[in-house]
Design a protein around this ligand. Structure first.
Ligand code: KIV
Ligand code: ZN
Length: 413
């Protein structure tokens, strides 16, 4: 290597380290969204390239740091989607998934051609657990280490931003995973990921792993640490938060938690939890929470995967209640029965659903909103009429008007 190249490489190395140090010390958590890759792996969630572009733009507007936008070596549709994003989705870093195969890195390089160097990256993964080494890869520990070293350094010769994740990390021996990370960072990885690929960890076990990595990977301060949790035990968000509490800098997650099997940690849940508990975590989530609810709806609409009514942050019931005591409290002060206000996540507003469980106050409030003046006794009569309608009948405004006009003679409709 000539003198000029050596100097250039050393300057680039210094700049990279300065950026990593800046992120590590910034007290912010970067969101790396994988809706367009891991999320799309969910059966039935296939997205067209134009849909992917719309989601990418919405995530960009929310301030997401990077987008894992596809697996170019495995899918031509992913290449088309990435090409649509080049020059259009400008703020987040666009990354492409690669196995530890040089051809995958070449395919990513081609797909991301034209994006500025500081806005394009690759995310390499390789199974490291005994199960993956023996039954999937049929490689020894040292062969897997050589593969990591070889392909990560190849990727680093083409990309400034290189992430490496030991797939099935959560079933990999502590001692061996340390060696994998060390080899990857020495070879040029700028981020190391910790994927709980089959979603089996508990928060305490995540803490043990992350502490072990921080304490035993000698060059860990030269890379960012990302956590990537699957939700097979319903613990993906809790596990992600545990990882952050132990010092992870990057969260890999998906909108609505869509993904393989039970899905991934959901971006909106992690973001709002971090925002509400900033005092506990001591870090700021780099996401505009007011964009969350609309993004959840967009992803649901484009993937065709419906949002459960009780889905945290974005489900139809999150700001709706039919219960009399809650309705009364919400009318006096919304904070009585809400952990956060609808506007904080960009949701429409509180919905007081009129039904059998409603109380006088909510009925009076709705009648008033409909321009119907009723005395206390009249409200009580309407309430009794509501309780006598067949179970499951939705009491929409039309039904409420009818009930009011039938049960209260002097109500003007
Ligand atoms: O869950 C996983 O292990 C992954 C890898 C590709 C990082 O998604
Ligand atoms: Zn995954």
């Amino acid at each position: 290597m000539g003198l000029f190249n050596r100097v250039e490489r050393s300057v680039r190395g210094t700049v990279k380290r300065a950026i990593i140090n800046h992120h590590r010390r910034s007290g912010t958590i970067l969101f790396s969204d994988t809706t367009l890759r891991d999320g799309e792996q969910m059966p039935g969630a296939t997205l067209d390239p134009d849909d992917k572009l719309r989601i990418a733009q919405a995530l960009e507007a929310a301030g997401v740091h990077s987008l894992d936008c596809g697996f170019p070596a495995s899918s031509e549709a992913d290449v088309i989607a990435i090409r649509k994003m080049i020059g259009v989705v400008k703020k987040p870093v666009l990354t492409a998934l690669c196995r530890t195969v040089k051809g995958d890195v070449d395919a990513a390089d081609e797909a991301l051609d034209g994006n500025p160097t500081h806005k394009r990256g690759v995310s390499l993964f390789c199974g490291t657990s005994p199960l993956h080494r023996r039954d999937k890869l049929q490689k020894s520990e040292s062969e897997v280490l050589d593969l990591i070293e070889d392909t990560v350094s190849y990727a680093a010769s083409k990309f400034e931003i290189v992430a490496f994740s030991p797939e099935d990390a959560s079933r990999t021996e502590f001692e061996y995973i340390t060696q994998c990370y060390k080899a990857a960072i020495d070879a040029g990885a700028t981020t190391i990921g910790f994927p709980d690929t089959v979603g089996l960890l508990t928060p305490e076990k995540v803490r043990e792993y992350i502490r072990h990595i921080q304490d035993n990977v000698p060059n860990v301060d030269r890379a960012l640490l990302a956590v990537h949790m699957h939700n097979d035990l319903g613990l993906a968000v809790a596990n992600t938060l545990a990882g952050i509490d132990e010092g992870a800098n990057v969260v890999q997650c998906t909108v609505n938690g869509i993904g393989e099997r039970a899905g991934n940690a959901s971006l909106e849940e992690v973001a709002i939890a971090l925002t509400l508990h900033q005092d506990q975590f001591g870090v700021t989530a780099k996401v505009d929470t007011t964009k969350l609810s609309p993004i959840c709806e967009l992803v649901s609409e484009l993937t065709g995967i419906p949002l459960a009514p009780n889905k945290p942050v974005a489900g139809a019931n999150i700001f709706a209640t039919e219960a009399g005591i809650h309705q009364d409290g919400l009318l006096k002060n919304p904070d009585t029965y809400l952990p956060f206000r609808p506007e904080q996540v960009g949701a429409e507003g509180i919905k007081l659903v009129i039904g059998r469980h409603s109380g006088r106050r909510a009925v009076a409030h709705r009648l008033e909103e409909l321009g119907l003046q009723a005395t206390d006794d009249e409200v009580l009569e309407v309430l009794n009429a509501i309780k006598s309608v067949p179970k499951g009948t939705p009491i929409d405004d039309e039904v409420l008007r009818d009930l009011a006009s039938e049960s209260v003679a002097n109500v003007q409709t």
